[in-house]
Design a protein around this ligand. Sequence first.
Ligand SMILES: Nc1ncnc2c1ncn2[C@@H]1O[C@H](COP(=O)(O)OP(=O)(O)O)[C@@H](O)[C@H]1O
Ligand SMILES: [Mg+2]
Length: 350
Amino acid sequence: MSEPHASPVLAGKHLDIEQPGALVAYLRRTGRIGAREQPAVRVLSGGVSNRVVLLERPSGESWVLKQALAKLRVRVDWYSSPERIHHEALGLRWLERLAPQGTITPLVFEDHEHHLLAMHAVPEPHDNWKTLLLAGHLSRDHVTQAAQLLGEIHRRAWERRGELLPIFEDRSYFESLRLEPYYGYAAEQAPAAAAFIESLIAETRDCRLTLVHGDYSPKNVLVHEGRLVLLDHEVIHWGDPAFDIGFFLTHLLSKAHHLPAHREAFADAAGLFWRVYLEAAGRVEWAAELEPRAARHTLGCLLARVAGRSQLEYLSEAERTRQREGVLALMLGAAPVRVSELIHTFVERL
Ligand SMILES: Nc1ncnc2c1ncn2[C@@H]1O[C@H](COP(=O)(O)OP(=O)(O)O)[C@@H](O)[C@H]1O
Ligand SMILES: [Mg+2]
């Protein structure tokens, strides 16, 4: 790595953390690391909406720095304010208190000028859960952990609703990064689904029950020594917990679609996730009315991931078409209200 030098660009507003020299100069200048410290810097790929960099310090401590991009790295034009990184920092602070120990990476610092944060790195070796799943490594223990983690976040946040609701009331990132690009855009692309999706958007906006992660996907989960760690909290908000369930089940069901040899195992895993989630959510007063909404969000997300702005890259054109048609048929008919029935019907139609 080249020795960083002072320049107006490095010292000024336009810090790009993917430039190792500029990053190290910035960290030294702000006293976050020693004035002569030489950390190793590695740009991490996989992020869609952020620059993500691993920093290994000589002390053995490792951080991940994350800086929000104004223009997301997807096929269609999609913009979002870099201020959202501070929303993620807020999420990190609270999730660490709400989620089971070790499942959230502690926040190290946050910088409002350069729209970045630093958190503890998940130690190596670790695997991205999505990569494991796409390779057919589906573990019931991982699915159980994922369901417990989500159920616990939803329940524990609800128990502290008086305190948390005002903190997470702002749903503008959920609107601009989920409701519009996933649901709104999918409804435009598949007009037959518009009535179903529009009513789903309206009921989601009306629903303010607990803390919702908003990006609860295997891609945002790392597995280290058999334990799950959850990342990427930028659309966290106070809203409808059924969204997280539908968003997550969509990943299992789309893999059931894409991997015929593992279809039954993924369908079973989806059922397991739902049952364990309900147990973990426990006696929240909204548990009884959750299931039909979870089923509707699953349908909404299954469509959004083949017709929205952020499509699942591993599905072929033929698979996208099949998923779209299968989901549309369910939306237009008597849409399943039980999660088990939805899983069964979706998989049967493939
Ligand atoms: N704390 C961390 N420890 C290790 N790797 C991380 C950490 N945070 C992010 N990453 C890696 O960077 C990738 C992108 O990070 P993520 O927070 O999901 O950003 P984006 O919002 O751009 O998707 C993750 O999939 C993961 O591989
Ligand atoms: Mg991510």
